[in-house]
Design a protein around this ligand. Structure first.
Ligand code: ZN
Length: 168
């Protein structure tokens, strides 16, 4: 584990990180040290290959969203799977979609109620959702990544069911 982290810390940063310019607030604060920490998060918060692979795709902006699949003629519509109103980009799918927003809001309330944390209130910024939290909160980062995997691979009609589960 230590070797992997050392390798990541010293490896050259992928150029694809520049695709995030203008998509996250405070872009000027994204220095090399911050990016190295961001790239380490999926190695620290999970051992699941499928979760690490998804986060790697998100970081490289290479998730197969409907807008990408539409461009190569793979699907008929570039609209969002959930709201059917906006183009399905990575930013829309994981953060901006009103349907997905409800899921994040419910999850934050559920976590705030059920995790015994001193601040008692858990809020995710768009950066937390895209990259994970930089305070090395492994449990929260694991839950955020699991939720993104759920969103990316969820059958559309199970959305109502997921809200019911969170309400219990
Ligand atoms: Zn949507």
């Amino acid at each position: 584990m230590y070797n992997i982290l050392t390798e990541i810390q010293t490896a050259p940063l992928p150029e694809s990180r520049n695709k995030w310019r203008g998509r996250v607030p405070n872009w000027d604060q994204y220095n090399e040290e911050k990016w190295h920490r961001i790239y380490m998060i999926p190695h620290q918060c999970t051992k699941e290959t499928k979760l690490r692979a998804l986060q790697y795709k998100i970081l490289h902006s290479s998730v197969a969203t409907n807008s990408q699949l539409h461009r190569i003629g793979f699907v008929q519509s570039d609209l969002c799977t959930f709201c059917q109103r906006e183009r399905e980009t990575i930013d829309h799918l994981f953060v901006q979609c009103t349907h997905i927003n409800i899921l994040w809001t419910d999850l934050q309330s559920w976590l705030s109620r059920n995790l015994q944390r001193p601040d008692n209130q858990i809020n995710f910024s768009s950066e937390d959702i895209f990259f994970g939290r930089l305070n090395y909160d492994e449990l929260i980062n694991n839950i955020i990544l699991l939720t993104k995997h759920y969103i990316a691979y969820m059958p559309v009609n199970s959305m109502d069911q997921s809200q019911m589960l969170l309400e219990k």
